[in-house]
Design a protein around this ligand. Structure first.
Ligand code: F3S
Length: 287
């Protein structure tokens, strides 16, 4: 059995940056009675979060849970009001918001200031979108389907942005339905470059492999998008979070297995997955 690894796998640029910032804070250590917190899990990968916990990084979900110390704002960013609350609460706030998310926030703010109704294409429960909403007050709508676009009211000025990890094909499909929804439409494609190339290389691999394994947190939006894309091409697509889940996959008649990962999956987990596959009763070669 051949093992094919997608050209784009492992941590994305934003996650690598956030991890480096966090490691720097951990290495510097804290003062007496101080702690290091991430505001929400730093990334959507439980194994990495556990390792960070072992190094003393606590996850705080509410501002009230934070005592004195340093708070790291994760890649998804925060609404400005929430960022201000954190700054009032502690002396040290490390902003690890991914620069792609910062750009998206500033486009949302600009559109809002220029009088556009802001249409956000993404998942309204995702932390990134909750943060972006903080930049546009009440003047916004969040949708994530073509059907949702069909139900939109008519606006004189409509400004469109996307969740940075949104499915590129779906984004384009939604855009193609918007022309009747406003007199003027301004679009910022805020899907990040990493998402674009990762989705493309996953789709290419899904077209070649007999089975696709997507490795990443079940709560990771970008991982779930990869599963959706690969499954539409290769129905034998499996989403795993832990390496031992490979045991539940049926490899009958499989000559080649493709592997890709969400943006929060570190290289050491990919190596574990490859190792486990190589040790299956079927002989495997990695390419
Ligand atoms: Fe940033 Fe894109 Fe990663 S928005 S955190 S580079 S998936």
């Amino acid at each position: 059995m051949k093992i094919l690894i997608a050209a784009e796998a492992g941590f994305c640029f934003g996650v690598k940056r956030a991890m480096k910032m966090t490691e720097r804070v951990v290495a510097q250590g804290c003062g007496e009675g101080e702690k290091v917190y991430s505001f929400g899990p730093l990334i959507h990968n439980p194994q990495v979060i556990n390792r960070l916990k072992e190094k003393g990084v606590e996850v705080a979900d509410r501002v009230e849970d934070i005592e004195n110390g340093t708070v790291i704002v994760r890649t998804h960013g925060l609404a400005p009001q929430r960022m201000e609350e954190l700054r009032q609460r502690v002396d040290h706030v490390i902003d690890a918001t991914c620069p792609y998310v910062t750009k998206s926030q500033s486009y949302a703010s600009q559109l809002h200031k220029e009088g556009y109704h802001v249409l956000i294409i993404g998942d309204q429960n995702h932390p990134e979108i909750k943060g972006v909403i903080g930049f546009v007050n009440e003047n916004y709508t969040v949708i994530n389907t073509v059907e949702g676009a069909g139900k939109l009211s008519f606006y004189p000025k409509l400004g469109v942005i996307a969740q940075t990890t949104f499915n590129v094909g779906k984004f384009n499909a939604i855009l193609s339905t918007l022309s009747e929804k406003a007199n003027e439409i301004r679009i910022f494609n805020t899907i990040c470059d990493d998402t674009f190339v990762r989705q493309r290389s996953a789709a290419e691999l899904a077209g070649q492999a007999d089975i696709m394994i997507i490795v990443g947190g079940r709560n990771s939006a970008n991982t779930n998008k990869l599963v959706e894309i690969c499954r539409s091409i290769q129905p034998r697509t499996y989403h795993i979070e832990e390496v031992q889940e490979i045991e539940n996959i049926d490899f009958q008649d499989v000559q080649s297995v493709g592997i890709t990962t969400g943006a929060s999956t570190p290289d050491w987990i990919i190596a574990d997955v490859v190792e486990r596959l190589k040790n299956l009763p079927i002989h495997s070669a990695v390419t």
